[in-house]
Write a protein that binds this ligand. Structure first.
Ligand code: GDP
Ligand code: MG
Length: 596
């Protein structure tokens, strides 16, 4: 155990976590340079493109230190987005230390603080690392001051590096060996293995990532998941080298994987404890929590023939993403689909992209909603996350909506703009302080519904990219909620209905009408688009009728051009939904989601 170090890299998005991980992997010569592809740990296409880590990965780096000894450095990667903060906290509990990585040009950001607090709550030893010192705009001395004075960390431990050029990376590896404590725990005690992640493999079933806290586990053992009592026989245990490498056993202090023929990640919940059936531990490890979906949206296939494919794709996706929930849903406008629950908007976008890209189904999504509590006059309480289930308004006594506490870190000069934005979004109990000179940490209680609607984009734009944001769930508070319906030629398009606060309803209604007007192609007749609350029209626009045949533009002889135009129309049709007698393109449904 003396030769093990378990650590994580925590950072604000884009400060260079993945790049640093890559350099460490190279320095430890885990794989040949030929096999090396940048950002090894971000191995989903979407992660590479967006440069964010969604699913965490772990890797065991054999490092020959300057003292001549070889150490196993277990790097536990963490997702870098607020949607996944529970996963981050589970990953951190499996470590003794963390590298707090800060961009030398950007300095401390909101997620730097949020992640640092998480690390401190888990009693992790922290090594501050200032990255990107190669940048001309780097101000390492200034950032070092922030680390010492504002974060209160030990300045003598600060490491300077460029993950891009590799400068300073070896010193970081040395610092890990020297300053991070080795794991504790007793290999002879009853088994307590903490699950911090799970991936699905089509051949081997679920690959469970665990930190062994106490005890020893080997192939053939019968394990029990403490949260639900299910039992499995272990087929293989091992370490995460570049590829999985089987080992005879895993014992206290180690981080590795367990294969036990578990068919779905739903049984392997992050935060749960694994023990042995024949010699169980007395108590599960603390901190286990069921994940909570907070954003809901319905997914419909563009072509109704794709319904079965979508069902299969969702099931496959869920094998690897226990945080995704779905159940059947249907709409008069769009046919059969699924109501899905997500951890946040990013999670929703990732799922949408993966379904379209990896499973090749084109989708229409409905406006995302949060979960509301309705208290009805007969004394019952119901939870509603779908506009289709909006109860009879006459029977509603009161409605409550979820609130969050937002923490926003901004340069001082944007204070006014951010304050205005939060007020527009029905913010309450704002307060602020100066965690460091020139920076304001602004906290505000906001309805979650206002945050899932483009809040982050707006914040980025009004602060010219300098604002950073983090949030936590708070409680449920009284709300004045209405159901906003959109009518096309007098018919409600149920998939476009939204649950909105009364104060926002007119603006949202107008916006939806305008967007639809842009997106719905002109047809042979005039199309009326209206927004309504309980039958009262609150906004309207028209798409005027088409006067000429589309092919009229093509002069007589040019058959090929004419054919092309008709083909293009047919292509467009495929991505259209017919509601009543009006063709609504997929883009129209998406446009309604978009803000200005
Ligand atoms: P992550 O979001 O923390 O994982 O950040 P990435 O590792 O994806 O890096 C974000 C961006 O910063 C990428 O474009 C990297 O190429 C760049 N980057 C990372 N480290 C350095 C560095 O040391 N110097 C410079 N100039 N760029 C870097
Ligand atoms: Mg990354």
């Amino acid at each position: 155990m003396k030769h093990i170090r378990n650590f994580s890299i925590i950072a604000h998005i884009d400060h260079g976590k993945s790049t640093l991980a890559d350099r460490m992997i190279q320095k430890c010569k885990l794989i040949s340079d030929r096999e090396f592809k940048d950002q090894l740990l971000d191995n989903m296409d979407i992660e590479r493109e967006r440069g964010i880590t969604i699913k965490s990965q772990t890797i065991c780096l054999p490092y020959q230190a300057r003292d001549g000894q070889t150490y196993d450095l277990n790097l536990v990667d963490t997702p870098g987005h607020v949607d996944f903060s529970y996963e981050v906290s589970r990953a951190l509990t499996s470590c003794e230390g963390a590298l707090l990585l800060i961009d030398a040009a950007q300095g401390v950001e909101a997620q730097t603080l949020a992640n640092l607090y998480l690390a401190m709550e888990n009693d992790l030893e922290i090594i501050p690392v200032i990255n990107k010192i190669d940048l001309p705009s780097a101000e390492p001395e200034k950032v070092a001051l922030q680390i010492e004075e504002d974060l209160g960390l030990d300045g003598s431990l600060i490491q300077y590096c460029s993950a891009k050029t590799g400068k300073g990376v070896e010193d970081i590896l040395e610092a890990i060996v020297k300053h991070l404590p080795p794991p504790e725990g007793d290999p002879d005690k009853e088994l307590q293995a903490l699950i911090f992640d799970a991936h699905y493999d089509a051949f081997r079933g679920t690959i469970i990532s665990v930190r062994i806290i106490n005890g020893t586990i080997k192939a053939g053992d019968v394990i029990r998941f403490m949260s639900n009592g299910t039992e499995y026989r272990v087929e293989e245990v091992g370490l995460f080298k570049f590829r999985r490498e089987a080992e005879k056993k895993l014992s206290a202090g180690q981080i590795g994987y367990i294969l036990a023929g578990v068919k779905t990640v739903r049984d392997t919940r992050p935060g749960d404890t694994i023990t042995l059936r024949d010699r169980p531990c007395a108590k599960a490890l603390p901190g286990f929590k069921e994940v909570q979906q907070v954003v809901f949206s319905s997914l419909y296939p563009i072509s109704t023939d794709d319904y079965e494919d979508l069902a299969a794709a969702l099931e496959k996706l869920q094998l690897n993403d226990a945080a995704l929930s779905f159940q059947k849903d249907s709409s008069a406008a769009l046919g059969f689909g699924f109501r899905c629950g997500f951890l946040g908007l990013l999670h929703l976008e990732v799922v949408q992209e993966r379904l379209e890209r990896e499973f090749d189904v084109s989708l229409i999504l409905t406006v995302p909603s949060v979960k509301y509590n309705f208290y009805l006059s007969d004394g019952t309480k119901i939870e509603v996350d779908n506009p289709a289930h909006f109860p009879d308004p006459a029977k509603i006594q009161r409605v409550e909506e979820p609130f969050i506490r937002a923490t926003i870190l901004i340069p001082e000069r944007y204070m006014g703009a951010v304050m205005t934005l939060c007020m527009e979004r029905r913010g309450e109990n704002t307060s602020y302080h100066y965690p460091m000179p020139g920076r304001i940490e602004f906290t505000c209680e906001l309805p979650l519904a206002e945050v899932i609607y483009d809040f982050y984009d707006r914040l980025k734009s009004i602060t010219q990219g300098y604002g950073s944001f983090d949030y936590e769930m708070l409680d449920y508070r009284l709300s004045d909620l209405v159901k906003l319906d959109i009518l096309v030629n007098g018919e409600i398009v149920d998939a476009l209905s939204q649950l909105v606060h009364r104060n926002n309803s007119r603006a949202r209604g107008l916006h939806a009408c305008e967007m639809l007007k842009e997106e719905i192609p002109r047809q042979m007749f005039k199309i009326a688009i209206q927004a309504a609350i309980g039958g009262n029209i609150i906004a309207r626009t028209n798409v005027s009728a088409l006067r000429k045949d589309v092919t009229a533009k093509c002069y007589g002889g040019d058959i090929s051009r004419k054919r092309k135009l008709l083909e293009k129309q047919k292509e467009g049709k495929k991505r259209m939904k017919t509601v009543g007698n009006v063709d609504i393109p997929q883009t129209a449904f998406l446009a309604v989601l978009r803000s200005e």
